[in-house]
Design a protein around this ligand. Sequence first.
Ligand code: NAD
Length: 402
Amino acid sequence: MKITVIGSGYVGLVSGACLAELGNDVICLDVDPRKIEILNNGGVPIYEPGLEEVIKSNVAAGRLRFTTDVAESVAHGLVQMIAVGTPSGEDGSADLQYVIAAARAIGSAMTEYKVIVDKSTVPVGTADKVKQAVHEELDKRRIKKSNNTVAPSPSGGGLGRGNAEWDGSFSVVSNPEFLKEGAAIDDFNRPDRIVIGAEDEQAIRVMREMYAPFRRNHDRLMVMDIKSAELTKYAANAMLATRISFMNELANLAEKVGADIEHVRKGIGSDQRIGYHFLYAGCGYGGSCFPKDVRALKRTAEELGMPLRVLQAVEDVNDAQKSVLLSKITRRFGDNLKDKHFALWGLAFKPGTDDMREATSRVVMEGLWERGATVTAYDPVAMKEAQHIYGARADRYRMPML
Ligand code: NAD
């Protein structure tokens, strides 16, 4: 199948490379010429274990290409997968400017039926906004407005039919991604489930075909309405963040009462109703997903006049937890840390990735700097990213003398 992936970041590159590995003909588009140049020169702009090998072999096999050319990428794929960023806006809501720009790019150049897949994490109602943006672009080109439903054709014929007979129809599908950075290739290839939110049979058929290799053992595809699919992604991340904040709060209590949270974790994790996952106490969750997705879900609920009280607590506990280490340091050494030098182990928000978005290390490191301390930090894969964020300062990201 011909597939275009729009956005060549953590999700887009992994999805594109893995779909190419399955035999599809994939083009990855990005607006960042630096990223595309690195990829076209045989490099990979992010760190994700195993990704470089999958990209290399599929580029060599002619199944994977990278471009900044919108017309070429829109013309290519029957499936147009949007995997651009959805960062937090000022009010905590998901900023949809990149998703809508991608939708407009598709609408401005498409000349035949396309299945537009929202893989980015987007709030309920975004599929309608994507549809609207595409329609507006088609209107500008005076392409007849279809009601967006596609007549079922048993042979699957009609897909990719030529310009002359195209009636302006397209489908929008929600297909949220659940991969974890650091294990993204494995997660993409062995998903617990594939959530598809769709409202027309043709789009569902295309999604079933694209994901057919994942369904051989048992059907992992869950087809539902679009809004439920959009909400499912936020619900999953909110639940995982809740478990982390719950354990962090309990860990602080354990410290006060003289209990060991590790014993408590094993004691409750062994209960099958609870399970072991996401019960580790630590210095607060960070990364490119949990913080922004918790904020966005809260914002959606606030806009509807029903604030999510549990999630507010999850966020409050996490914000406080990110400063726990720093509080321990100032309790021990006082608030003036001039002439003190600290070793910081780990910069990324978790192991196996170079992603430092909302990483707790940043709160700790910046807090130490503010109090006059110097820091030698080390991370096996995020040193470059740290230098990219903070600049190259001799005292800051040295490889420690071991
Ligand atoms: P990212 O920032 O790594 O990558 C996004 C890419 O999109 C960037 O390279 C950017 O240049 C590009 N882009 C922006 N606008 C574009 C446009 N109009 N056309 C083409 N390219 C464009 O983001 P990411 O971490 O891959 O996340 C992408 C989405 O997937 C987000 O909604 C995120 O919440 C979701 N998600 C991320 C993860 C994860 O672990 N990173 C997991 C599941 C879901």
